[in-house]
Design a protein around this ligand. Structure first.
Ligand code: NAG
Ligand code: NAG
Ligand code: NAG
Ligand code: NAG
Ligand code: NAG
Ligand code: NAG
Ligand code: NAG
Ligand code: NAG
Ligand code: NAG
Ligand code: NAG
Length: 840
């Protein structure tokens, strides 16, 4: 008997171009030297399907095993019904016990699997069908990594909830998505062709993830129309064979907005009846619906507080509706006042979660899980663990992590995030002075709760890279693996992923590991250090630098930076009291500036720029140095990656090279903007004389301009010398020229040109040396990077392009011509003429 090739044809593309579609499930042929002698290989696959339908996780597992072994080893195994000594048997442990011999299943927990491989005999037995599929993926991952050793392992998930959250909107757009439109929705409904959804489900299942909340937490009531409920049913049908359950985000005001009721008060009987009916309808179409995700009374969203009801009233409304169906309610703890008074020294957004939820502890139904962002603010580059984890022991909890890089460079910067997540997961809250690791709390172990786990905000799009950047997928991979087992090492996970994604070349493995492991520390260095948060533009697109945007508004991401001092005073003795929300041991540690970890210094304390750190450096000098060090590290990513030319397929090599070059340039924008901002604010010069002193630069405004005019950049620090130039005539096709006569000693130089690439315009540029063309380019990063930055000249649009190894002599004439397109008036900031080895 020969099985069909892929239930939804999803293995098509397995051997096609390396466009990223198969992620880490490429099943690339294993190099000869890593193959075992053929005698040790299984010769058959036996699938112990418990049902007749072929769309069950066990039958998917059988086909995946078949496809994987075909890809990795080039051997076509048949799917048979009778096992031999050299077969793979995959199924539930119950089915195996029925058919062969009674096995002791007591070590298996829900969704767990038992993988036994002895020579050519392989048994993959799940506690349920889903577990069998997970075991099959684990076996294939071993083969793909060239690991043929015998094993006998039982693997159980650490927590029952292992979900992704997608912030996809019904119109097909994705909030904080950087890889094209939604794979789920378009034009107000569910897409017809769900092929990509099946492919996505396959990737998630291979990690042991078991739920997808498909729509944005800022939910539209129209999600629940008849036709959309049916569409959701189609999504559920598509992901079910992969062991994944569907979850949906709800708009709290739906009974009013969609149902036409006069109220959405959670205690109103009509409202209760409306939700009950809707829920029953949903379960009729999707009997295994995982449940609901609720963002309520947050950032302007409707919620129970509208009616002076408690957040528990709001959560329990849904809990009661899904309870008869076995569903659960994820209720986000992201509730805070975003119209806070920034003049109030004692006010603190970081206090909000504990203030809103602590007194409700014990009032949530058993099937409610409070979903808590890892830190008290919002996915910043560095935050302490949220104090809420230590404050509601009688409530189920899940941790919310962000895989999409909202505050971490939008996938245009390489940032491998698991080391950050691990710091939080491994963090000991010391509740009652006992070990209380965050990962034990969210697994339900610490407080003996049945429910708990992980929600990862992913936001994949239709781009074949899924997340926009090939290297960004390591974050999704490691997220899933950590949700299964958070004790794993983030570097080891990265190495697994790299082998699966890029193959077995040692230098490829070492290089990707090196740059990825350096990426978070580097990003923290050039964006915001000492716990000051990611100093991005919080009022606009959360991408480039704008430190001033943190303060002076109601959003509460304050730094309290002024001419002499910086940092949030979160002490009990003189500040917001946030340190006191932690259990006593930690509260004492954070209250005292001497015992506060330096990476969180400015999170908890308001200090002078001249305050000295343990290194003896002042805070301001540390800022300068860290920004220089981080940006310097980012430059090395390019050279490291270039060393892999020819060792990675061209498509993925060029794609990443482009992005890493962008990052290298943008890290300099970050460095100069943040350093310039604090240089101006503090009045304290850089001891090493670098800030505001760029001797290799020629400011565009000081070149000979024809058709170009100087403009002030806002925020000023995102322009070198605070000034850029744009073509005076805004008409598409109008042109300007900027000319400089170079004053350099003869030699070889790199030329860097900093310009602004705004969205909605594709200006043309040409650089000429003594009238010979040097470089031509287009301001089309919105196409090349695949998402919008900014329509203005600022820290989002500021970027750099370079020409390496140009022979120059004194008196050479450099000319740049810019041609307007749309709103893009060919803006230029500066040119750097850099001797070999210098980056500035
Ligand atoms: C079990 O799954 C395999 C592989 O999909 C399929 O060929 C077979 O028909 C299924 N068996 C039963 C009894 O449904
Ligand atoms: C399976 O292996 C055992 C031990 O090596 C051997 O005795 C037996 O004959 C084998 N059975 C088959 C069906 O190959
Ligand atoms: C199954 O295994 C567990 C743990 O190894 C053991 O405690 C239990 O007695 C075993 N049950 C049977 C029926 O053998
Ligand atoms: C909620 O309570 C506040 C005061 O506690 C009151 O002013 C307001 O009218 C109440 N709102 C509703 C909808 O009951
Ligand atoms: C993926 O995004 C890149 C830009 O990063 C773009 O060039 C490419 O066309 C996109 N591919 C698809 C299939 O959307
Ligand atoms: C204490 O708080 C006040 C604001 O109420 C602030 O101005 C002052 O700097 C703080 N003192 C210290 C030692 O941080
Ligand atoms: C900060 O500077 C002020 C004024 O110069 C000084 O009184 C204060 O002690 C300094 N604080 C710290 C923590 O160094
Ligand atoms: C970050 O900055 C610190 C302080 O300058 C430096 O010691 C460290 O090496 C930098 N790390 C990276 C990865 O840039
Ligand atoms: C320095 O800061 C002041 C006050 O924030 C601002 O008005 C000014 O434009 C800044 N100057 C420069 C050169 O950045
Ligand atoms: C900086 O810009 C000003 C005009 O805003 C200009 O007068 C000055 O020459 C520029 N400085 C340099 C170094 O180009």
């Amino acid at each position: 008997m020969r099985a069909h090739w892929g239930i939804l044809g999803i293995f098509v593309g397995l051997v096609a171009a390396e466009d990223g579609l198969n992620g880490w499930l490429r099943y690339a042929p294993l190099p000869e030297n890593l193959r075992p002698s053929t005698t040790k290989l299984p010769s058959l696959i036996v699938a112990l399907n418990t049902t007749e339908t072929s769309n069950t996780p066990v039958s998917v597992a059988a086909k995946e095993l078949q496809a994987g072994i075909q890809g990795i080893l080039g051997t076509q195994l048949e799917i048979a019904t009778e096992a031999t000594n050299t077969s793979i048997v995959v199924g539930t442990i119950a089915a195996y016990s029925d058919k062969y011999r009674e096995l002791n299943a007591s070590l298996l927990e829900k969704d767990g699997y038992w993988l036994v491989k002895k020579g050519a005999k392989v048994r993959i037995l799940g506690q349920n069908e889903r577990g069998a599929l997970y075991g099959a993926f684990e076996y294939l991952s071993r083969l793909a990594r060239g690991d043929f050793s015998d094993v006998d392992i039982v693997s159980n998930p650490d927590a029952p909830i292992r979900w992704t959250n997608e912030w996809d909107n019904l119109d097909g757009s994705i909030e904080r998505g950087y890889a094209g439109p939604s794979i789920f929705f378009r034009n107000g409904g569910i897409v017809k062709d769900l092929t990509r959804v099946a492919q996505y489900a396959r990737l998630l299942a291979s990690l042991g993830l078991n739920g997808i909340v498909v729509n944005n937490v800022n939910a539209k009531p129209e999600m629940l129309t008849e036709i959309n409920i049916d569409g959701l049913g189609r999504i559920a049908d598509t992901i079910r064979p992969y062991g994944l359950q569907l979850g949906i985000s709800l708009n709290f005001a739906s009974p009013q907005l969609l149902g036409g009721l006069s109220t959405f008060d959670p205690l109103d009987s009509q409202v209760v009846a409306w939700w009950t009916e809707k829920t029953n309808k949903l379960y009729k179409r999707v009997p295994d619906l995982a449940g609901y995700l609720i963002k309520a009374s947050s950032e302007g969203q409707p919620g129970p507080l509208t009616y002076n009801r408690t957040l528990a009233d709001g959560a329990n409304l849904f809990a009661k509706a899904v309870e008869p169906h076995g569903g659960i309610v994820m209720f986000r703890a992201f509730v805070y006042n975003h119209h806070a008074d920034w003049n109030d020294w004692k006010f603190d957004r970081a206090n909000a979660a504990v203030e809103f939820f602590k007194h409700l502890d014990g009032q949530f139904h058993d099937n409610v899980v409070v979903q808590i962002k890892y830190g008290p603010i919002d996915f910043q580059v560095r935050e302490p663990a949220s104090p809420l984890f230590a404050n509601i022991p009688n409530t189920n909890m899940a941790i919310e992590l962000q895989i999409t890089q909202e505050y971490l460079g939008h996938q245009d910067h390489l940032v491998y995030i698991p080391p950050l997540w691990k710091e939080i997961l491994d963090f000991d809250m010391r509740v009652d002075s006992k070990p209380s690791l965050v990962r034990d709390i969210v697994a339900g172990r610490r407080y003996k709760k049945k429910l708990g786990g992980y929600a990862g905000v992913v936001n994949v799009g239709t781009n074949t890279t899924w997340m926009g950047s090939h290297l960004a997928l390591s974050n999704l991979y490691a997220y899933g693996r950590l949700a299964w087992n958070p004790t794993q090492d983030s570097k080891a996970l990265l190495e697994d992923w790299t082998k699966l994604t890029f193959g077995h070349d040692r230098s490829v493995l070492d290089t990707i590991t090196k740059i990825s492991m350096e990426s978070w520390p580097a990003y923290e260095n050039y964006t915001g250090n000492l716990g000051i948060q990611t100093l991005t533009d919080i009022l606009y697109t959360h991408f480039g630098p704008n430190p001033a945007s943190q303060d002076g508004n109601g959003w509460g991401q304050w730094t309290r930076a002024d001419g002499e001092t910086i940092g949030m005073d979160r002490t009990v003795k003189n500040g917001t009291g946030n340190a006191g929300q932690y259990p006593p041991e930690l509260a004492a540690k954070y209250e005292n500036i001497e015992t506060t970890p330096e990476e969180l210094l400015l999170w908890f304390h308001h200090v002078n720029y001249t305050t000295r750190l343990s290194t003896g450096k002042t805070v301001i000098q540390h800022f300068y140095d860290a920004h220089y060090a981080g940006a310097a590290t980012a430059q090395t990513f390019v050279t490291e990656w270039e060393s892999l030319r020819g060792k990675i397929d061209t498509e993925r090599f060029e794609h990443m090279l482009f992005r890493l070059k962008f990052q290298a340039g943008h890290s300099l924008v970050w460095r100069d903007a943040v350093n310039g901002f604090y240089r101006n604010l503090s009045g304290i010069p850089d001891e090493l004389g670098r800030v505001w002193n760029h001797k290799y630069r020629i400011e565009a405004e000081s070149m000979q301009l024809t058709g170009y005019v100087p403009v002030k950049v806002t925020p000023s620090e995102t322009g070198s010398n605070f000034t850029a130039i744009v073509v005076a005539d805004p008409t598409t096709g109008a042109r300007g020229e900027a000319v400089a006569t170079l004053d350099v000693s003869p030699g070889t130089y790199d030329i860097a040109i900093n310009y602004y690439d705004v969205t909605d315009g594709r200006a043309h540029y040409g650089a000429f040396l003594n009238d010979e063309p040097l470089l031509e380019w287009i301001g089309d990063l919105e196409d090349k990077l695949g998402h919008a930055f900014s329509t203005k000249l600022d820290g989002h649009s500021a970027t750099r392009i370079g020409i390496e190894g140009v022979e120059l002599r004194k008196g050479d004439v450099l000319k740049i011509i810019g041609v307007v397109d749309g709103i893009e008036r060919a803006p230029l900031d500066y040119v750097s003429i850099l001797p070999a080895g210098i980056v500035d």
